[in-house]
Ligand binder design. Structure first.
Ligand code: ZN
Length: 211
C-alpha cells in the first residue's frame, strides 16, 4: 500500500490494519512533519467531536484520570500494519501517524485504545498475563467501531448481527494477542475462549454494546 493510496480517501481498513498491539516495536521510521501534524489534528477533532471518544475520555475522568492530548495521547510513526497501541508502562495511547488514513479511522483507533487505557486504570491488570490481555482485547473489539461494519451489514440484510459481532470480537482478540506473544494460534484461541463470555458481557463504561 502506498502513501498516496492511503491518502486518497476513506476506506475500510483491512483485518491486519485493524489489529493493534503495544506499539513502539519498529521505531526506526522517521517522523514525517506533515503526517505528524495531520495525526494531531485528527486526534484533536476526535477528542472534541467523536461521541465514543468523548464518552471514553469522560469515563476516564470519572476514574480520576485526566487524559491529556499531547501527554497521554501521542502521534508517532509505527511499523507497517499497526494502527495504534496502548503503552502500559508510559500510560500513553500511541497513534500511528504513518498508518491512520482518515478521521473516521482515527475515531475508531482512539476509542479502541482508550478502552485499553480504561481497563488499565480500572483494574490493575497484569500485562504479562495473557488472559488479562485477551480480556481487554475482546472488550476493545466489541465496544469500539472495530466490528461495526458487520453489524451494519448484517442488520441491513436481517441476519443476526449478534453472532457475527461475537465472532468478530473473538477473531480480533486472537489476532491481537498473537501479535504480542509467541504462542501459536491454538493456544491463543484457547486463552481467548477461556475468558470470552465474561469479558464480552462486560460492557463498562457503556451500558451495552454501543449502537
Ligand atoms: Zn487492542
Amino acid at each position: 500500500m502506498t502513501d498516496s493510496a492511503r491518502d486518497s480517501g476513506e476506506r475500510r481498513p483491512t483485518e491486519a490494519e485493524k489489529q493493534s498491539f503495544p506499539a513502539r516495536v519498529n521505531r526506526n521510521i522517521d517522523s514525517n512533519h506533515r503526517k505528524h501534524n495531520r495525526c494531531l489534528e485528527w486526534a484533536e477533532n476526535s477528542c472534541r467531536k467523536a461521541p465514543y471518544v468523548k464518552f471514553m475520555l469522560d469515563a476516564m475522568k470519572k476514574l480520576g484520570c485526566n487524559v491529556d492530548l499531547g501527554k497521554h495521547i501521542v502521534c508517532e510513526p509505527c511499523g507497517e500494519n499497526v494502527l495504534g497501541g496502548f503503552d502500559f508502562h508510559r500510560k500513553q495511547v500511541v497513534l500511528c501517524e504513518n498508518v491512520i488514513y482518515s478521521q473516521s479511522c482515527m475515531n475508531d483507533v482512539l476509542t479502541h485504545e482508550l478502552i485499553h487505557a480504561y481497563d488499565f486504570a480500572r483494574i490493575k491488570y497484569d500485562v504479562n498475563n495473557l488472559r488479562h490481555l485477551a480480556c481487554t482485547e475482546i472488550r476493545a473489539a466489541n465496544l469500539s467501531g472495530d466490528c461495526f461494519f458487520w453489524k451494519e451489514f448484517f442488520s441491513r440484510f436481517n441476519f443476526g448481527w449478534k453472532g457475527h459481532q461475537k465472532k468478530c470480537a473473538r477473531n480480533r482478540a486472537v489476532k491481537s494477542i498473537l501479535c504480542v506473544s509467541d504462542i501459536n494460534k491454538d493456544e491463543a484461541e484457547n486463552i481467548v475462549s477461556s475468558v470470552f463470555e465474561e469479558c464480552y458481557k462486560d460492557t463498562e463504561p457503556f451500558e451495552r454494546i454501543p449502537p
